[in-house]
Design a protein around this ligand. Structure first.
Ligand SMILES: Cc1ncc(C[n+]2csc(CCOP(=O)(O)OP(=O)(O)O)c2C)c(N)n1
Ligand SMILES: CC(=O)[C@@H](O)[C@H](O)COP(=O)(O)O
Ligand SMILES: [Mg+2]
Length: 635
């Protein structure tokens, strides 16, 4: 049905001849298809339900892939993918070797820019528009950006540039009043005001018709009115902010009215210079449970279509929830503790804090750079800021971490969530670079808890440390690892021995990777390979004495981390041994120098050789006397 409808619409050619009922049926088919598929695969549903008519109109009026459409964040590009030949593969969404949940140039000619991180679309689109003009090409360039993404500083940097560029570029602001949670900030308030203002572009058109049709004097009066347009603009145009930046502001228009969208999009082709078209949509449109719970259905796991309930309910505590609960506990006894999020209160577990301490909770919008320096400002004023942020999104603010927090050695704690492989979101979302990014920064303490208990200890440590701290922990449920060895206090800044049957192999595992490492140790024990396992706890400053005194005694050293090999923990161990003239073979189990694709977390660890079997196989071979003899013999 969907295919034939799509073909029918395409065959009509002229949008003005497409009947309203035909579009309504097609939109309904697309929504049903989305819901049916995402209920099985999981994914970003609410945002995509909200852009069905907008995407249909874009692909009616513009000629993709000649005309370029760039999707900001790109989590709302599923309809675009369905309309551009990927419907039959849609059941593979976000699965290993299947369709990505974000636009990917390698996936389709219709995907003109890989997105995933917010607020990049206007910059990319402007770059493409400038290239087009340099090449003397004629295609359209359109960026679709949400009201949440518009709170990202980079979007304003691009608006500032695009506004004075005189480039023909259309920015479509998809305004659904939502980020992941409710949108925040002055921009959001401004857009709220606009939504209740009469339609400027309609007003302007009506005004023109009225004046020019006044007999005899119409034309001259219109000229005067045209000159007086600025006063009309200030009085009427709702998008004066954008107009003053140099854009022709159009809207706000109903983002679910296909005919209206087509008419206005068509009209943009006759307007020179940068345009900002403000469309108002509803996140979750057409699926009641998603309309009523757009945050829940922003990113959702497989669910029951009839009830909207998740098919697998996870009753276990997640690291994000644990962090949020611990922060509330500390804030109850320390009024200087404040919590910051960049538009991800629920994802980072800060909702309980926001409810308990609304005056000490700050959602800054999708603005990680601002969040870090904002935290620094709070810190110099005597507060103890905790910024909870996904590892991948912290990469946005490395300059601020370095120069605004660590250089001044301010007591800001970075709660680095989603550290490690995150799974279905893929390349742009895995948190496997933070160790490499943070290691070189002076004054910064970097902690990696092996489980929930250690995370609690590290939060206590961070609260009492008068300096910058980064605590990294993975997506998912809290681990709980036992150790028969005496407790080592976290204040000692020491690592700990987690397992010790002898000195054949020294294994040093980062954070939650100790769960896997303990299984490796048990397997090696059955092969009579004696192992010492160290949990460093402090990635920086390293407990060098513990590592060196064990490395000297062991035959080979192995490190295990959920970070890139380059600049990661393993490379730190290599240089530590080297600096102390301990020339032992170090085998670094980490991620190779490539972007890690999307897929199930465990499958990705398997693909990249970070499973118990893989590691046991390699270590066993190293200690397999037959193999060692063979190697010696063959030399
Ligand atoms: C730099 C960055 N920070 C945070 C996120 C997480 N994130 C993904 S979508 C989203 C909200 C986007 O809101 P909006 O642009 O309004 O799109 P909508 O979902 O409402 O369609 C956020 C915060 C991200 N992708 N990139
Ligand atoms: C699109 C985006 O960036 C977020 O929605 C992200 O997918 C959330 O990730 P989690 O599902 O790990 O919270
Ligand atoms: Mg939005």
């Amino acid at each position: 049905m969907l295919n034939s409808l799509l073909d029918q619409i395409k065959s009509i050619g002229d949008f003005r001849k497409i009947k309203k009922h035909q579009i309504n049926i097609l939109a309904e088919e697309l929504r049903n298809f989305l819901i049916a598929n995402v209920s099985k695969t999981g994914g970003h549903l609410a945002s995509n339900l909200g852009v069905v008519e907008l995407t249909l109109a874009l692909h009616t009026i513009f000629d993709s892939p000649k005309d370029k459409i760039i999707w900001d964040v790109g989590h709302q590009s599923y309809i675009h993918k369905i309309l551009t030949g990927r419907k039959d593969d849609f059941h593979t969404l976000r699965q290993y070797k299947g369709l990505s949940g974000f636009p990917k140039r390698l996936e389709s000619d219709h995907d003109h820019f890989d997105t995933g991180h917010s607020s990049t679309s206007i910059s990319a689109a402007l770059g493409m528009a400038c290239a087009r003009d340099l090449n003397k090409e004629k295609h359209s360039v359109v960026a679709v950006i949400g009201d949440g993404a518009l709170t990202g500083g980079m979007a304003f940097e691009a608006l500032n540039h695009a506004g004075q560029s005189n480039k023909n570029i259309t920015i479509i602001l998809n305004d659904n009043e939502m980020s992941i949670s409710e949108n925040v900030g002055g921009v959001s308030n401004y857009l709220n005001k606009i939504r209740t203002t009469p339609l400027y572009y309609k007003f302007k058109g009506d005004m023109e018709n009225l004046i020019v049709n006044i007999p005899a004097i119409g034309k001259s009066v219109y000229k005067t009115a045209e000159k007086a347009k600025d006063c009309i603009k200030y009085f009427f145009v709702p998008g004066v902010l954008f107009e003053e930046l140099g854009f022709t502001y159009l809207g706000p228009i109903d983002g679910h009215n296909y005919a209206e969208l087509c008419k206005v999009l068509e009209s943009t082709k006759n307007i020179s210079g940068p345009i900002l078209l403000h469309v108002v949509t509803k996140k979750g449109k057409g699926y009641a449970v998603a309309e009523n719970a757009p945050e829940k259905f922003h990113g959702i796991g497989p669910f029951n279509i009839n009830t909207g309930e998740l098919l697998s309910t996870n009753k276990n505590l997640s690291y994000s929830e644990l962090v949020g609960n611990l922060l509330v506990e500390h804030a109850e006894n320390n009024e200087k503790i404040v919590a910051i999020t960049a538009a991800m209160p629920s994802g980072t577990g800060l909702v309980p804090f926001s409810k308990a301490f609304p005056n000490r909770f700050f959602d800054v919008g999708i603005a990680e750079q601002h969040a870090v320096t904002f935290a620094a400002g709070l810190a110099v004023a005597g507060y103890k800021p905790f910024f909870a942020v996904y590892s991948t999104f912290l990469s946005r603010a490395m300059g601020q971490v370095i120069n605004d927090v660590c250089l001044q050695s301010l007591p800001v704690t970075f709660l680095i969530d989603r550290a490690g492989i995150v799974g279905n979101d893929g390349e742009t979302h895995h948190g496997i670079m933070d160790i490499s990014m943070l290691y070189p920064i002076p004054n910064l303490t970097i902690l990696a808890p092996k489980d929930g208990n250690e995370l609690r200890e590290m939060m206590d440590f961070a609260v009492n440390l008068n300096g910058p701290v980064a605590i990294r922990y993975p997506r998912g449920n809290v681990h709980s690892l036992s150790s028969e060895f005496p407790k080592v206090s976290i204040e000692s800044k020491k690592g700990e021995i987690l397992y010790n049957t002898g000195k054949d192999a020294l294994i040093i595992a980062v954070g939650h990777m100790n769960e896997l490492a303990l299984q490796v140790c048990e397997r090696l024990k059955r092969e009579n390979i004696n192992v010492t396992l160290i949990n460093p706890r402090f990635l920086k400053p390293l407990d060098s004495n513990l590592i060196l005194e064990n490395a000297i005694k062991c035959k080979k050293v192995y490190t295990i981390e959920d970070n890139y090999k380059y600049g990661g923990f393993g490379s730190q161990i290599c240089s530590l041994l080297n600096e102390h003239n301990i020339f032992k073979e170090v085998n670094v189990f980490a991620f190779p120098d490539k972007f890690i694709e999307h897929g199930d977390v465990n499958l990705l660890y398997d693909v990249y050789g970070l499973t118990v079997d893989d590691i046991v196989t390699i270590i066993s071979k190293d200690f397999d006397s037959n193999i060692i003899n063979k190697i010696v013999f063959n030399r």
